[in-house]
Design a protein. Structure first.
Length: 145
C-alpha cells in the first residue's frame, strides 16, 4: 500500500505524528508537506493527494488541517475520491468497511495525537466489506456523472 499525505499549517504537527506511524507500520508514503509552519491554503495541499489517489498513483490519502473540514471538502471535489472526516474509532472502522473511503481527513485542533494515531491505524488496516455496500458506492459514483 502506498499513501499520499499532506496538511496545512493547522495540521503540521499531527501530520508528522502520522508519518511516524506510517514508518512504524512499514507503509510506503509520499509526504506532500508543507515543509514550514507558514500559513498556507489547504486546497493547495489537498489537491496533490486527492489527484494522486484518483489517478491511481497512491492507494489512499491522509489529509490534516485544523478541523479536517476544509481538507475533506476540497478532496471530495475530486472525482473518485471518497474522503471521510473522522474523529472517533467507530467511524474509522465503519468508513472503511461501508464507504471504502480512500482518503482520511482529521483535524489537529479537534482531537489529540493519541486518538488520531489510533484512528489512522484502524483506517489503514480495516478492509472494505463489499456486498451491499458496493451497490451504494456505485450510486455515489453515479452522482459524479
Ligand atoms: C486554518 O486556520 C484552518 O482554517 C484550516 O486548518 C482548517 O481548519 C480549515 O478547514
Amino acid at each position: 500500500m502506498k499513501i499520499a499525505i499532506s496538511s496545512d499549517h493547522g495540521g503540521n504537527n499531527l501530520r508528522k505524528e502520522i508519518v511516524r506511524l506510517l514508518d512504524e507500520m512499514g507503509i510506503e508514503y509520499k509526504d506532500f508537506g508543507p515543509q514550514t509552519d507558514d500559513s498556507v491554503d489547504y486546497p493547495d495541499y489537498a489537491s496533490p493527494v486527492a489527484q494522486g489517489v484518483a489517478a491511481g498513483e497512491y492507494d489512499r490519502g491522509i489529509l490534516i488541517c485544523g478541523t479536517g473540514i476544509g481538507m475533506s471538502i476540497a478532496a471530495n471535489k475530486v472525482k473518485g475520491i471518497r474522503c471521510a472526516l473522522v474523529h472517533d474509532l467507530f467511524s474509522a472502522k465503519a468508513t472503511r468497511g461501508h464507504n471504502n473511503s480512500n482518503v482520511l481527513a482529521m483535524g489537529e485542533r479537534v482531537i489529540g495525537p493519541g486518538l488520531a494515531t489510533e484512528i489512522a491505524r484502524t483506517w489503514l488496516t480495516e478492509e472494505f466489506e463489499g456486498g451491499r455496500h458496493e451497490t451504494r458506492i456505485q450510486k455515489i459514483s453515479d452522482l459524479e456523472n
